[in-house]
Design a protein around this ligand. Structure first.
Ligand code: ADP
Ligand code: MG
Length: 587
């Protein structure tokens, strides 16, 4: 097992000496691996981390390459200037495409990326100013001062400095507030939104970073070849980038380099060997790659890197800086008026009225139980308050303000935190990172400052707060474990810690005791009581009567979408309609 930092040093050292020990031909191969690594790294961030599949990465490389080709060859601009222009141009086009397509969900997004990848490819091939399908040459070499990077090993260093820089920025970003927001996209839009993440913005950021990395790769490619034509920027290469990311490990930055390396070297070998074996010429390696892809998707969906990391890289526990400042806390409202007031709320799904004319209220320091048999409409009611469903009628007032009609991030911002009936965590992230996501709205550090790691002081504040919440719910011993390795009961508690990290006024819990063992239920009950004594308001949706009875202050009971009873546990237990509708089976 090797310390990750040593692994990085070894990698940098190997990259540094490679041109001195390798043949010029091998250096050329490494140049291509570097270029592919850059474009693939973009896909790691977009697809592996953000969960958005794109076949259009090569097209963005084309925008960078053609921008510089046209402006340097036809107008004599400096390649350094055209690097910036090409990058800005790519980001501009990327913003337009992103705005138009990132709202699409499921398989429509990948289909859309195919559509614009193909149209950009044909644009490169059909614009005669860009040389049509034969391409255009005469690009100047990149110069540093008076030194022209015209031979392969000089260009090698330019490429690999870019790759190492991009890896550094990307790994910084992933280990930061905006990086966690991007990673949350993969866990589902509704989870990210409940944490207050502006998901549309996070998607666009991931998309633009990917486009930018591809553009830089295209710029390097153009000046390495000193010639551009449309072929390297077509759909097929876009698919190859995706293949590299998936094979290498799309969830990890090192997966990009690994994937680019393995695919490039394999292709080289296959092109040598296959025609001899098969006795015929043609794109035989394409067939082999297709088979490998199927195998990878079946046997190792996460790619090669996680597998290597498991056996070779020592996972480092994240240290918490106890001296970091505290995050700002919300102004606590101290009023006797209800904190949350739900009035005559209804929800219809087509012909079905899941919630009809429901009213309830919750005050500070109170636990309200929302009880009812399965299908009564509890979760629907819950989602109406949290904003993940829009209401069909009635009003929801929180802290003196109407909140019905607001999106979940806006509701989260006002101090309502939630958990999910079916646990929704990011299993590949640590307990600490999962909880830190909950504190998203209590900080503001953005992409640039995070990619440069210039926000470490503020990140330490977030981490300290996350650690505090984890200790508060009793998961301190698991802080560095992966969330997916915890038991179901612990995962439910972890969701509560994540919700608490937002410093809420009202906590919404949907069946938090489901699937818990007796001991875990007792611990949860104690935790909720102590949160209540700290002044938190809690809405507890449950169908487990026993769990609720000794815990809540008041109960509202639903059946078939309607309120059938309300009062103290004792009152409700004696209510005839409740006994009939709900306890009937028990009594
Ligand atoms: P509970 O949480 O009390 O078990 P739910 O609120 O999940 O009940 O469901 C109440 C009713 O609304 C059920 O009949 C369910 O099938 C229906 N329902 C819930 N969500 C939807 C939806 N998104 N579309 C259509 N029907 C739904
Ligand atoms: Mg439910």
């Amino acid at each position: 097992m090797i310390h990750p930092r040593i692994l990085v040093l070894v990698f940098v050292a190997v990259v540094g000496v490679a041109p001195f020990v390798l043949s010029p031909f091998s250096v050329t191969i490494l140049n291509y691996i570097g270029l592919y690594s850059l474009a693939t790294l973009g896909l790691v961030l977009l697809t592996g981390v953000g969960g958005l599949t794109s076949f259009g990465q090569a097209a963005f490389a084309g925008l960078g390459a053609y921008s510089t080709a046209w402006l340097t060859a036809a107008y004599g601009l400096s390649p350094w200037l055209t690097l910036v222009i090409g990058l800005l141009f790519t980001l501009g086009v990327g913003s337009i495409i992103g705005f138009a397509t990132l709202k699409l969900s499921g398989h429509y997004l990948p289909l859309a990326t195919i559509a614009w990848a193909v149209s950009l490819y044909f644009m490169f091939g059909n614009l005669q100013t860009l040389g049509g399908h034969t391409g255009m040459g005469g690009l100047p070499p990149v110069t540093i001062g008076t030194f022209a990077l015209s031979d392969n090993s000089a260009f090698y260093y330019l490429i690999w400095v870019a790759v190492l820089g991009a890896l550094w920025l990307s790994s910084n970003l992933l280990d930061s507030r905006p990086g966690r927001a991007m990673r949350a996209l993969k866990g589902g839009i509704d989870v990210a939104e409940a944490m207050g993440v502006n998901t549309q913005r996070s998607k666009l950021i991931a998309f633009l970073i990917a486009a930018g990395l591809a553009s830089v790769s295209g710029w390097l490619y153009a000046h390495m070849q000193r010639f551009v034509n449309p072929t390297p920027f077509g759909l097929q290469i876009g698919i190859e980038y995706l293949f590299m990311a998936v094979l290498g490990g799309a969830g990890h930055i090192w997966g990009a380099v690994l994937g680019a390396g393995v695919v490039t070297l394999l292709k080289q070998k296959l092109q040598d060997v296959l025609p001899h074996l098969a006795g015929s010429q043609g794109n035989l390696e394409g067939i082999a790659f297709g088979l490998i892809m199927v195998l990878v998707l079946q046997r190792a969906k996460d790619g090669l890197w996680p597998w290597i990391a498991r056996v070779a890289v020592k996972r480092q526990p994240r240290a918490i800086d106890a001296t970091a400042a505290d995050l700002p806390t919300r102004e606590k409202v101290d009023t006797r008026a209800p904190l949350l007031q739900v009035d005559g709320v209804s929800k219809r799904f087509g012909g079905l009225t899941a919630v009809r004319d429901m009213s309830l209220d919750i005050s500070r320091g109170e636990i309200l139980g929302l009880l009812g048999p399965n299908g009564a409409g509890k979760s629907t009611m819950f989602n109406l308050i949290a904003g993940s469903l829009g209401i069909s009628g009635g009003t929801v007032t929180f802290n003196g303000e109407r909140i019905d009609g607001l999106r979940p991030p806006a509701i989260a911002r006002r101090g309502i935190s939630r958990t999910f009936q079916h646990v929704r965590l990011l299993p590949d992230m640590t307990v600490l990172d999962n909880v830190a996501l909950g504190a998203h709205l209590r900080a503001s550090q953005g992409v640039l400052v995070s990619a440069l790691h210039a926000e470490r002081g503020r990140e330490e504040m977030l981490m300290k707060e996350a650690a505090r919440q984890i200790a508060r719910v009793g998961l301190g011993a698991h802080i560095n474990d992966l969330a997916g390795s915890l038991s179901l009961g612990q995962q439910r508690i972890l969701e509560i810690a994540r919700a608490l990290a937002a410093d809420p006024l009202l906590l919404l819990l949907d069946e938090p005791a489901a699937g818990l063992r007796l001991k875990e239920k007792e611990a949860l009950s104690d935790l909720l009581k102590s949160l209540r004594s700290e002044g938190l308001a809690i809405l507890l949706v449950e169908h487990d009567m026993d769990f609720v009875m000794n815990l809540v202050d008041r109960l509202v009971v639903m059946s078939f979408g309607e309120k059938i009873a309300a009062g103290t546990p004792v009152e409700v237990q004696q209510n005839e309609r409740v006994i009939e509708a709900y306890l009937g089976s028990v009594a």
